[in-house]
Design a protein around this ligand. Structure first.
Ligand code: ADP
Ligand code: MG
Length: 554
């Protein structure tokens, strides 16, 4: 009796598979990294569940991942003794896409097949479905730890898949076995040389040992020992090892821009290994994106939702491993834990300090970080009151004096005119648009620097940053420009903004005509060549923020 049920893939899965197979991505090797990382996740989930239910481990307590080669049969088999999947979990996990941002990601790839596509997909954790880049049939046999039954999921990656029960004697005692029936042009993935190379390159630091068997049933030898890299001393770790590890935690293929690795001792004991990515993750501005720092307790993975860093540092990837929390800490209790908030503070400080050091020692490297993540760091000015002045000092800006470079607020203050009380800024959609603004004329003529702000977060932090080194932030589109006190550069005597009689006549005329549109009409120092411009009142919002709020349907 054949009791296999047929299912069709969810529409998004079908799209993703189509994209994967008609490959925008030439580097098919990643499928193995994805399968190994799932196997390792499954082992970590089991270790976690076994804290409360030690019986789940049975007489096989040590996690492992086994790769079995079958050159004659054209197969590669990836097996783990992790948590396994029940029938329902298989249908859920291998037939749908849970990850947020996937749809947006696919749209971007489809819109740009040749260009950034290849780069993007490398950044994106391509996940389980990537095995269909190399296999025309995939069989997944899984037995959930502690379960009496085992299930086979099978698909050719075209329209759907089948699910059927299998005899437990044909399944791993616990965990998941994935058999890839390799495509004609992918047979090399059954060769030891290729598999060993990929594992060493991409999965060398997975915290579960990986073994390899040259033939089904043959004795396995160890490829990697599963030692947790972060437990080693810094001096014993090479740059390549850090890079490999970064790639495995971030799913990105670039080099980390900054690596922060330390062990805290004293009141709280923990190790942290964190990376600032070398490029922007594709989902950086996805509102659902969470921080992805992993929390381990004594090397057991607990959760990646512990908010180990403030929200604005959500671009940082890595982990914290502590012995101070009990292993059986519930994921819910973690958030309230005082130990965790001490760790959060410690790790945040170290990361910001490391970025500061980079700014001092290697400008160019720091500016790359700033270009990728500066707009997030500026969110911190708005959100992280305690570190506000530190973050302000770290920030870099385009200004009327920056040319193609960047200026810090310290640069700005050093360049301020005598008696200048404010740090002037102009907010807008693009640099070109800002540079052409008539609002700048009076400032330019007097050699007064103006920050040109184009990130959407800029409208917000300027309002919450009361001052830097005693100078307040002031929008040049708001209120009076009080420029009369500063001399124009090509002019010796300062000019007052009191209007001569004929101008006053025009002002009266304009006021009358525009009575319903504007609250006031004034003569101003801010213009040199242009005749008029709009400004916002001293109280309330700056012009750009007004626009943003209107756009938000306020
Ligand atoms: P992700 O790993 O980001 O969740 P994947 O596409 O790689 O996305 O995997 C989808 C899901 O399939 C996993 O979240 C997990 O629930 C399940 N899964 C995949 N491989 C295994 C495995 N070896 N053991 C247990 N569950 C697995
Ligand atoms: Mg995965």
């Amino acid at each position: 009796e054949n009791i296999a049920e047929s299912h069709v893939f969810e529409a998004d899965v079908a799209r993703l598979l189509h994209m994967m197979v008609h490959s925008v991505y030439s580097d098919k090797d990643v499928f193995l990294r994805e399968l190994i990382s799932n196997a390792a996740d499954a082992c970590e989930k089991l270790r976690y569940e076994a804290i409360a239910h030690p019986g789940l481990l049975g007489n096989d307590p040590d996690s492992r991942i086994l790769l079995t080669l079958d050159v004659d049969g054209g197969k590669l088999i990836v097996e783990d003794n992790g948590i396994g999947m029940s029938r329902d979990e298989m249908i859920e996990a291998l037939g749908t896409i849970a990850r947020s941002g996937t749809r947006a990601f696919m749209e971007r790839i489809e819109a740009n097949k040749q260009g950034e596509g290849a780069q993007l997909i490398g950044q994106f954790g391509v996940g389980f479905y990537s095995c269909f880049m190399v296999a025309d049939r995939v069989d997944v046999v899984s037995r959930r730890a502690g379960a009496e039954d085992a299930w086979l999921w099978s698909s050719d990656g075209k329209g759907g898949y089948s699910v059927a029960p299998v005899d437990v004697s044909e399944a791993p005692a616990r965990g998941t076995r994935i058999t890839l029936h390799l495509m004609e042009d992918a047979k090399s993935y059954a060769s030891r040389w290729t598999v060993e190379r990929i594992v060493k390159e991409q999965s060398g630091h997975v915290p579960v040992p990986i073994k390899i068997a040259e033939k089904p049933g043959e004795e396995a030898t160890q490829l990697t020992d599963g030692t947790a890299l972060w437990t080693k001393s810094k001096n014993d770790i090479t740059a390549e090892e850090y890079t490999d590890f970064y790639r495995s935690v971030s799913g990105q293929y670039d080099e980390p821009a900054l690596t922060v690795h330390f062990r805290a001792e004293g009141r709280h004991e923990y190790s942290a290994l964190a990376f600032v990515p070398g490029s922007q993750p594709f989902d950086l501005f996805d509102p659902d994106r969470k921080g992805r720092m992993k929390l381990y307790v004594k090397r057991v993975f607990i959760t990646d939702e512990a908010e180990l860093l403030p929200r604005y540092l959500r671009f940082v990837r890595g982990l914290v491993d502590t012995a101070d929390l009990p292993l059986n800490v519930s994921r819910e209790m973690i958030q309230e834990s005082a130990i965790l908030s001490a760790i959060r503070k410690g790790v945040t400080n170290r990361i910001i300090t490391a970025i500061e050091k980079q700014a001092e020692s290697d400008q160019d490297a720091f500016l790359k970080i700033w270009e990728n993540f500066g707009s997030l760091i500026k969110e911190g000015i708005h959100e992280d009151f305690e570190r506000r002045s530190q973050l302000l000092a770290l920030s870099r800006f385009r200004t009327t004096a920056s040319g193609d470079g960047y200026r810090s607020l310290a640069d700005y203050v050093a360049n301020a005119k005598e008696g200048q009380q404010s740090i002037y800024y102009l907010v807008g959609g693009s640099l070109e648009q800002l540079k052409a603004s008539p609002q700048l004329e009076g400032f330019r003529a007097r050699g007064i620097e103006v920050l040109l702000l184009t990130d959407s977060v800029d409208s917000f932090w300027v309002m919450s940053a009361p001052e830097f080194e005693g100078k307040s932030f002031k929008s040049i589109t708001q209120g009076s420009a009080d420029l009369a006190q500063f001399k124009k550069q090509d002019d010796d005597k300062s000019e007052s903004a009191t209007a001569p009689a004929e101008v006053q006549a025009f002002i009266d005329f304009a006021k009358e005509k525009l009575a319903d549109e504007v609250s006031d009409v004034r003569a101003s120092d801010r213009l040199i060549e242009s005749a008029v411009c709009l400004v916002a009142s001293e109280q309330g919002y700056d012009r750009q923020l007004e626009k943003i709020l209107q756009g938000a349907g306020r």
